[in-house]
Design a protein. Structure first.
Length: 426
């Protein structure tokens, strides 16, 4: 198969790494890719949301399947654009992508289909006074979410009621641009989070990928600003057989049945952002693609042909294809630019990659300049992903890699997975 993968981050690097191993893959193209994805295929200077350019590339290069890495093309309707064309697309229709594109839509979907989630209401500038009154009915902390896409940063968790009201006003005034023209306010749920990924064929068939936990805050001990993700661990000790049985019965199957009942075409990945509240799983959010940086850990643990599975899902028939999980632990540690998630410099020379052993380096914000030098080009730069018999062993292997790689301003969290070690050893 000739495959086109859309995206440029660490998630796409991990997907390209896994897809390149499939005997079904003849030619793999990554658009636009980054400074490391050319190790797995051919980078193509093309925007994932330029559907006309993608259409021409698909025709010129006999592309059999498009794999959509990030959410923007899905929300913009790439599945619908190519639905009548002779190419498979791994991803939901525009209607299905609204599960991520609109938090209000997602919460309404969960409510209608009896899927456990936090109590909520949605507000606009015209109903801001009602929003203030709803905040007064909640106990702190207060959770405010931009309805639309905000690059993973549109969620505020605030301890003070007055500050929450001020933030609601600022969000509705354009803090996150058009993404926060509607704001979802919901009750705060206390517990431990995890990410569950499901590949579904749109006809009721699905497979559950390895469960992961990511770390969003920039500071150790989960302090500071939210980021796109500072690291991830898979498996998650508390996501045992009993917990996952509840997830399957109460969340996964009602979600898939709900999509079918609502006549929404969905052939791709569903990301379930879950929280374990006293042993009971509840949904924090849906995403309509794989997560980042969880993918950089999860792909290490997928012990099946991912291309075969994605092709079957896109064709609408997963059948009895197996999805096996590697029993080892995988830990990802993200190296980021100094100043991230605020302002940061780009173009810093990256060195030391040749000295890395027993770890896979998934590039995210990197590019190669004209003389071939690898430099930084984003906030999240490189993810170091390693296997281990335990979280501690995998973490140590990733730390060795992080120590070997260097660029000016490099920062990383040293506590990825440490909160799960006690559970792992219990």
């Amino acid at each position: 198969m000739n495959i086109l993968l859309l995206g440029s981050g660490g998630r796409e690097s991990a997907l390209a790494w896994k897809m390149s191993q499939s005997p079904l893959t003849d030619n793999l193209y990554i658009a636009p890719g980054n400074g490391g994805t050319d190790a797995y295929g051919v980078n193509v200077a093309m925007s994932p949301t330029d559907f006309e350019a993608i259409d021409k590339f698909v025709a010129d290069n006999a592309i059999d399947m498009i794999v959509v890495g990030n959410e923007d093309p899905l929300v913009a309707g790439i599945y619908d654009y190519f639905e009548s064309k002779p190419v498979l697309v791994v991803g939901p229709s525009k209607a299905g992508a609204a599960l991520e594109g609109s938090k209000d839509f997602a919460k309404d979907f969960m409510t209608r289909h009896g899927i456990p989630t936090a109590r909520y209401r949605s507000f606009t500038a015209q109903t801001i006074e009602e929003g203030y009154r709803f905040l007064e009915t909640l106990t702190p902390p207060y959770v405010l979410k931009a309805d639309g896409l905000a690059a993973g940063k549109g969620v505020l968790i605030i301890d003070s009621l007055e500050e929450a009201k001020k933030s609601l006003r600022e969000m509705l005034d354009g803090m996150f641009g058009g993404a926060s023209a509607t704001v979802v306010i919901e009750e705060f749920l206390s517990g431990i989070e995890c990410s569950v990924f499901v590949l579904t064929d749109g006809n009721g068939g699905y497979r559950v990928l390895p469960v992961a936990k990511d770390y969003k805050r920039i500071g150790e001990g989960d302090t500071g600003l939210n980021t796109g993700g500072m690291g991830a661990v898979s498996p998650v000790p508390f996501a045992d057989e009993a917990f996952m049985k509840k997830v399957t019965e109460r969340i996964i199957e009602p979600t898939i049945k709900g999509l079918i009942a609502d006549r929404i075409t969905y052939r791709g990945f569903i990301f379930l952002g879950l929280i374990n509240v006293g042993g009971e799983p509840m949904v924090i959010e849906y995403n309509v693609r794989m997560g980042d940086p969880e993918t950089e850990a999860v792909m290490l643990r997928v012990d099946s042909d991912l291309v075969e599975l994605m092709k079957a899902a896109a064709e609408g028939s997963l059948g009895d294809l197996p999805l096996h999980h590697d029993p080892r632990t995988a830990v990802t540690v993200m190296m980021v630019s100094g100043g991230y998630p605020g302002s940061y410099s780009k173009g810093k020379t990256i060195t030391g990659l040749d000295g890395v052993k027993d770890t896979i380096l998934f590039h995210a914000g990197t590019r190669r300049i004209d003389d071939g030098t690898l430099v930084t080009s984003g906030g999240r730069v490189i993810a170091a992903s390693s296997y281990g018999k335990s979280i501690a062993e995998a973490l140590e292997n990733s730390f060795k890699a992080v120590s070997a790689v260097d660029f000016d301003g490099k920062y990383f969290r040293r506590d990825i997975g440490r909160d799960l070690m006690a559970l792992e050893n219990a």
